[in-house]
Design a protein around this ligand. Structure first.
Ligand code: AMP
Ligand code: GLY
Length: 670
């Protein structure tokens, strides 16, 4: 009988929270040398895993050196001639959690691969259990001698790919890739570095596939729908918990009802306790408010890691004066500004407002932008065209137009240029960014009308090579500043930038994924999002490559008449099937479902590429329940085709009071 893991083993190095279940079993296939086999065995022979992972070797080659290694490592092995493989595996198919190919020189027929997609193991989602490692960045250099192929082709870089095994050789869904620069390396040196990477990354990925993670996603808008969708595609996910998803994406996981009691911090504390009971490994925070309240600190105290800034650093978004100080201290360019505060500034004999305005007149000739210092749901910004108008509006701000948030008000030099959103992952050490995105903040075509939460977005934003270089410099400065200030948190930094004649300036920081930028940026991201989060939580973002595809992604928001002030609600949404017809994705925001057909996560096949199917909504009736109702998202190599399909979908999906911008895709300068 297998020994149960002891307590000491349970608390050892790796942070897996193994449930008290039977040990995981893996079968490693090797035909030759078996160096990956040995690396995997050594990884799982560490104390922490000993009783939890059970490894066996299978070879089709009597003389494989892997057999010698197995003997030395005390690992049972099977010699199975290839023609007997099916008969050998069939009765054992349910026994193993994972079939690991490690230099197995055979092509597995479909019949055998099918044995690996049996969802036999209790609680495990239906998914492909065969994985392989290939020494190139697939789809480049498939087949034999991949390292030499890349070397001979004079490629700049090559690398390692771990992927699920599918019928076509070296073509299955990619789990992870890591690149290596070829540079001046000799072939032997290149081989050595590739093997080193393989020996590190293969065991690590196997560990993540065996001990999947439970995630809690906080937030219920379209941005969170997109995040939930992306996370649910990860092979490293066990259960996705959500607090509180809107009705449009509940089916992607399990809902934890979060009911605010008025004492937000106590609510978060209770949520963290619940999360611990559910063995949740990681919290991912969508909106800003929980960060301002310190949700990350509270979860951290309960031993649950969080993707989202701590209370202190949430101030980069929550307090404009905190952000200004940070930039000023670290020579990050931002608009010149003055701070006005409280009643003294508006009192009868005060000259503060007049003096401030004179300053802006003398320096810049244009009236300053007026901003509430505190958080005002993105609405606390006013762009006056005339000085008189500015004076009038500043008074309203200081008198409390946005409550406490505008009792302190910032006046800011008005900047002119192209606006872009730069979203970055930060783990306290490494800053990795998405390509730049652009959102459409104004309500109406031509970038006019009220400021909204965002009416659409595109990525990548069109920028010149010169601007690209400036962006890189900006990122270096930001990273230096964060390091210097010891910003030791794991989260997202959203730099709202304006590309002026005087270079890149920061308009604002947000400490969260942008909405609706996230919806398009995730279309470009080819690296597993959960894997990125796990690396961040280990402060090892420097160990991964972010891979982006070359598509163009667009998001269009369908909103409801009256948005942003008082949107109409309660209209039935018809023709959602149009999304499938044009191959677009739908992310829901302000909707509720009036019949409660619930599709379970188990019904989905997570090893297949995500595609929104009409079946996802079959039998559902949604009604509008907010200003921004839903997003239509599409990416393609041809931007024109993607946009065309989005517009067709937008026309066909129907509800009373539907409004949307007809100029998504255009670039504007302010
Ligand atoms: P914020 O909430 O700070 O991003 O401001 C909302 C929008 O107001 C920005 O996206 C810009 O379009 C505009 N804005 C804010 N600050 C400035 C500024 N200093 N100069 C020009 N436009 C600005
Ligand atoms: N799209 C702007 C924001 O997320 O604040």
């Amino acid at each position: 009988m297998q020994k149960q893991p002891s307590k000491a083993q349970n608390t050892a190095p790796s942070k897996i929270q193994a449930k008290k279940t039977a040990p995981k079993k893996i079968l490693i296939f090797a035909s030759g040398n078996g160096s990956n086999f040995e690396a995997i065995v050594k990884h799982f022979q560490q104390k922490a895993f000993k009783a939890k992972v059970n490894i066996k070797l299978l070879t089709d080659n009597k003389n494989a050196y892997a057999i010698q290694r197995a003997k030395k490592l005390n690992i049972p092995y099977f010699y199975v001639p290839f023609e007997n493989l099916y008969d050998f595996l069939k009765p054992r198919a349910k026994e193993y959690n994972l079939y690991v190919l490690a230099g197995y020189m055979r092509i597995l027929p479909e019949k055998i691969l099918k044995l690996g997609t049996v969802s036999g193991i209790q609680g495990q989602k239906k998914q492909n259990k065969f994985i392989n490692i290939h020494p190139s960045l697939l789809p480049e250099f498939k087949g034999k001698n991949a390292i030499r192929q890349a070397f001979d082709a004079g490629a700049e870089k090559t690398g390692v790919t771990i992927h699920f095994v599918e019928k076509k050789v070296d073509s299955g869904k990619i789990i992870v890739q890591k690149s290596v620069a070829i540079g001046n390396k000799t072939l032997a040196e290149l081989e050595k570095s590739i093997h080193e990477i393989e020996h590190k990354i293969y065991p690590e990925i196997i560990e993540n596939l065996l001990f999947k993670k439970n995630i809690l996603l906080f937030g219920g808008g379209a941005r969170e729908h997109a995040l939930a969708q992306k996370l649910s595609e990860s092979p490293f996910l066990d259960t996705l918990y959500m607090a509180n998803p809107n009705d449009g994406f509940k089916y992607l996981g399990k809902t934890i009802e979060f009911t605010p009691s008025g004492d937000t911090r106590a609510d978060f504390y209770n949520l963290a306790k619940k999360a611990r009971k559910l063995n949740i490994n990681l919290l991912v925070v969508g909106p800003e408010n929980p960060l301002f309240e310190g949700i990350a600190d509270i979860f951290q105290n309960e031993g649950i890691r969080t993707i989202g800034a701590d209370k202190k650093w949430a101030n980069l978004e929550g307090s404009k004066s905190f952000a200004k100080n940070f930039m000023l201290k670290n020579s990050i360019k931002t608009a010149d500004y003055r701070v006005l505060e409280g009643e003294a500034a508006v009192s009868k004999h005060s000259t503060q407002i007049k003096e401030a305005l004179e300053y802006f007149k003398a320096e810049y000739q244009t009236p300053p932008v007026i901003k509430a210092d505190g958080a005002a749901l993105g609405k606390g910004v006013y762009l006056p065209e005339r000085f008189k108008e500015a004076e009038f509006e500043i008074k309203k701000f200081l008198e409390g137009k946005f409550g406490e948030a505008s009792k302190k008000t910032i006046l800011e030099e008005r900047l002119f240029g192209k606006e872009i959103s730069l979203l970055s992952f930060w783990d306290g050490k490494t800053l990795l960014s998405f390509p730049p995105a652009q959102d459409y903040k104004r309500l109406l075509d031509g970038n006019i009308g009220k400021n909204t939460g965002g009416m659409g977005s595109i990525a990548p934003a069109k920028i010149s090579a010169k601007e690209q270089k400036q962006l890189e410099e900006y990122q270096n400065n930001l990273k230096k500043a964060l390091l210097k200030e010891n910003a030791d948190f794991k989260g997202i930094i959203y730099s709202g930038l304006i590309l002026t004649k005087k270079g890149v300036h920061v308009l604002e920081y947000n400490m969260r994924f942008g909405d609706p930028e996230t919806q398009v940026l995730l279309e470009l991201l080819d690296t597993d999002l959960l894997y990125i989060f796990l690396k961040m939580s280990d402060k090892k973002l420097d160990k991964i490559d972010l891979k982006f595809n070359k598509k163009k992604a667009y998001c269009m928001v369908l909103a409801s008449e009256g948005y942003p002030d008082s949107p109409k609600k309660g209209a039935q949404i018809k023709n959602l099937e149009a999304a499938e017809k044009y191959n677009c994705k739908i992310y829901f925001a302000g909707v509720s479902k009036i019949n409660k057909h619930q599709k379970s996560a188990q019904e989905q096949d997570f090893s297949l590429p995500a595609k929104h199917k009409a079946a996802d909504y079959a039998g559902d009736t949604f009604i509008t329940n907010g200003g921004r109702v839903l997003n239509i998202v599409k990416s393609a190599f041809s931007g024109k085709i993607a946009l065309d399909k989005i517009y067709k979908t937008a026309l066909e999906i129907n509800f009373d009071g539907k409004i949307y911008r007809k100029d998504i895709g255009k670039t504007y300068k302010s």
